[in-house]
Design a protein around this ligand. Structure first.
Ligand code: GCB
Length: 602
């Protein structure tokens, strides 16, 4: 009986520890930037998985992460990776197994790999992303945890790896939580799993950990930034080279391993029409890294957005990280090329990556293709702002997004949030986040998408007071869909007391591709209604003097569990300009024409 009681207490203790771990996961540190161009071994491919709906694998008296095998006659284990099913990584589990389509819970992943540690070197396990909480074990030891489904995380595993066979086990749990970011309810599929690339990166003991290399704010003739070396307290020589520009700059780190720099340079400026990238090399005595980097400035003047000092209109579109035809998460550079080519076919020079940082392929592809980006963290409606843990989590997500993408010239806007309801705790949190993002990256613009505007007769006033902490105001409006037209579109008047550029960051309505009906009835779910809505929106846009960009909601239909209309939606949000097979709806052509006109005026 005592044994039983003891076992019971032990289970409860384990559950308590588990609850604490899940509520306060260890902050994974940013250890290696530019993972794609390092000496690395990919762990992508087939991983063995155990689906654990009641999350018993951790508190089990023989935990799954130990991956033990029966030896004695009375020995047995109620799990086995050896006979388990496999899932592809990167990839969500929902689209790979029919019975996991709606699954929200724990899945254990295991990968075996051969690795030969090199003397005088360090090893890092680098995950591009796993939704939502990941606990990582290497050869039977816990190496760390991470919370957040859309940002990278890394752990040093030098002391855990051994020559020859190695094993990594990851528990991924995608249960929604009240203090999560995003929280309990959101309008996209809760794709779970190790959704992005995994690699082991090998570096020398003293290595180039991170760097920030961009044009100085408002200055097209100086490159400025910093390089951080890990593993050294002695001054280390650093060379920054851009061979194509015949540039070679030498400097030295301080006792904290950091070197700040600024030097003259005359690069061809990166812009959508000529997305020039230069191979930039950073060289120390022990390490070298290199990657393509573009140079441009971005600024705001009154209600204008200036790219390289020139005003521009952002011909945008919202994109979810989903391949509609596959009904699953996008994860590769081929996926990124397809989504961004669609955007270019629409006439876009700008994409809002909704509602979370997309995989790194997307951002690097935008650099190459010349597409400006808005990148945001998934602080989406319904966030528990009164809980102080939210600010800490949100700042950490901002860190992880900015750490990964700060050298990508395509990104011009960091977005803090989407459709948050004004309150004291919301205002304090977003204000602190804006300051945090600016301290991390003083070169880019800060924005947020708000939906609180005041309607009076034919006048719409931007009235979210938080607009004052932003550089560019984003407004999501669904006039013609969730909000009836208060007046004829061409008679609508927009007022902006903040004297800042406005991006209409969302607008649109639903239509089932191939379904035809009344252009006057929203409930017809018809292409004709959606087409008319876009005509009306465009008519209204022409009357807004401070409008500097538009981004329809959304490029393609996407899966969403809350879209329950059994005939027209069937679990899909149908606001796409493209169908779930990638076919163009009538509204596509309205936007395409508007963008062609805008482009002609450039
Ligand atoms: C919004 C949200 C977006 C939704 C969209 C909709 O305002 O920002 O995430 O998917 O509306 O379709 O309702």
């Amino acid at each position: 009986m005592y044994a039983c009681l003891f076992h019971h207490i032990r289970i409860h203790l384990c559950l308590l520890v588990l609850a604490c771990c899940m509520a306060y996961p260890v902050k994974a540190q940013w250890l290696v930037s530019n993972v794609q161009h390092r000496n690395s071994q990919s762990l992508n491919g087939s991983w063995a998985v155990i689906v654990d709906p009641f999350n018993v694998g951790e508190n089990h008296w023989k935990p799954i992460w130990k991956n033990q095998h029966a030896t004695g006659a009375h020995d047995f284990y109620e799990y086995a990776f050896d006979d388990a099913i496999n899932l592809q990584v990167p990839g969500d589990w929902n689209s790979q197994q029919n019975n996991l389509l709606y699954y929200e819970g724990t899945v254990w992943y295991k990968k075996d790999f051969a690795y030969w540690p090199m003397a005088g070197h360090r090893s890092f396990l680098c995950f591009g992303g796993a939704n939502y909480i990941a606990d990582v074990y290497c050869n039977g030891k816990k190496v760390g945890s991470h919370e957040g489904g859309f940002t990278p995380f890394q752990f040093e595993v030098t002391r855990y790896l051994q020559p020859g066979n190695n094993e990594v086990i990851v528990r991924v749990n995608n249960q929604r939580t009240v203090d999560g970011i995003p929280a309990l309810n959101y309008d996209w599929w809760n794709y779970g799993g190790i959704t992005r690339d995994v690699a082991v990166v090998t570096t020398p003991n003293k290595y180039i950990q991170d760097y920030f290399i961009q044009l100085k704010k408002n200055d097209t003739t100086h490159i400025a930034g910093w390089v951080q070396i890990a593993g050294s307290t002695q001054p280390e020589k650093i060379t920054i080279q851009i061979p194509e520009l015949h540039l070679q700059y030498h400097t030295q780190t301080n006792s904290a391993g950091k070197a700040n720099f600024e030097f003259e340079a005359h690069p061809a400026l990166w812009a959508p029409a000529h997305p020039t990238l230069y191979q930039v090399q950073i060289i120390t005595n022990t390490d070298t890294v290199s990657e393509p980097i573009g140079f441009r400035t971005i600024a705001v003047k009154g209600t204008d957005i200036l790219l390289n000092g020139q005003p521009l209109f952002l011909r945008g579109i919202n994109i979810h990280e989903q391949i509609p035809q596959r009904a699953g998460r996008a994860y590769s550079s081929t996926d990124a090329a397809m989504l961004l080519q669609w955007a270019q076919q629409l006439g876009c020079n700008f994409v809002r990556l909704t509602h979370y940082p997309h995989n790194e392929h997307m951002v690097r592809m935008a650099d190459k293709m010349g597409i400006l980006l808005w990148e945001e963290i998934p602080l989406w409606q319904g966030i528990a702002f009164s809980n102080p843990v939210i600010l800490a989590k949100a700042n950490r997500l901002l860190d992880e997004m900015i750490e990964r993408d700060k050298n990508r010239c395509a990104i011009i806007l960091w977005s803090l949030s989407n459709e948050t309801t004004p309150s004291t705790s919301r205002d304090t949190t977003l204000t602190a986040m804006a300051a945090h993002a600016r301290a991390m990256d003083p070169t880019r613009l800060i924005t947020s998408a708000f939906n609180h505007v005041a309607y009076k007769g034919n006048t719409v006033t931007i009235d979210d007071s938080l607009s004052k902490v932003l550089d560019v105001v984003g407004v999501n409006e669904y006039i013609g869909w969730y909000t009836p037209w208060p007046a004829a579109p061409q008679e609508m008047i927009w007022k902006n007391p903040f004297n800042k550029p406005l991006i209409m960051s969302e607008f649109g309505g639903e239509a089932l591709y191939g379904h035809h009906g009344s252009k006057d009835t929203a409930g017809s779910w018809s292409e004709e209604y959606q087409e008319q809505l876009y005509k009306d929106q465009v008519a209204m846009f022409r009357q807004i003097p401070f409008l500097r960009g538009t981004a329809p909601w959304v490029l393609a239909d996407f899966r969403s569990p809350g879209r329950l209309q059994p005939v027209y939606q069937q679990g899909w949000n149908r606001k796409g300009l493209l169908s779930d097979k990638g076919y163009r709806k009538k509204a596509w052509y309205i936007m395409q024409q508007f963008y062609a006109e805008k482009k002609n005026k450039e």
